[in-house]
Design a protein around this ligand. Sequence first.
Ligand SMILES: Cc1cn([C@H]2C[C@H](O)[C@@H](COP(=O)(O)OP(=O)(O)OP(=O)(O)O)O2)c(=O)[nH]c1=O
Length: 201
Amino acid sequence: MLILASASPRRKELLGQLVREFDICPADIDETPYQGEDASAYVKRMAHEKALAVADKLSQDKTTPSFIVLASDTSVVVDGVILGKPADFEESKAMLRLLSGRDHQVMTSVCLYDAKREHLQLTNVVSDVSFRAISDVEIAQYWRSGEPQDKAGSYAIQGLGAVFVRAVSGSYSAVVGLPLYETSQLLALFGIHSLEEMSHE
Ligand SMILES: Cc1cn([C@H]2C[C@H](O)[C@@H](COP(=O)(O)OP(=O)(O)OP(=O)(O)O)O2)c(=O)[nH]c1=O
């Protein structure tokens, strides 16, 4: 059985494009970056720790059948600064002011882990996103839409946040939360072939 270690509705929907059946078991870990931690090391560590935390939780019940855990982490990175999810409006404003009128990266790591076979694969996908200038009035309006609250970097490219996005290069699905191409490649290493699986009744 495949387990998605995520509370994100975006990840559930995206994984549903690749796999017909999976269970969900969100990971509850400390997402604070280490002092001076490099952004790509951080997102990889988060995806890895989410996968291990859920595998540990499931392994405690000896009756659980064998499983593969899929975990992911998305962070917005500007000038090496890691932007996670904003705690409040002030944080959201600070993030969107930083992103206004310039380019940034979105990093999404994916980790697949089979505890029984001790098989682990990890990948990090980096995309470039270019924003137009955003005014403080727009930042306040955007906050009131309710969209920035649970999104890394305080925006959603798949929602109203699209009005800020001049260009994106890399993986659109990775910016939303799960890189479909790279995830399908990883799943294949674990014997899960999306085309085969999704084309059968
Ligand atoms: C940049 C960006 C992020 N996001 C979302 C994807 C992730 O859900 C979230 C980043 O936070 P994450 O910590 O990666 O994920 P999460 O807390 O939502 O879920 P979990 O840890 O349980 O898997 O931001 C968008 O939906 N659209 C975007 O354009």
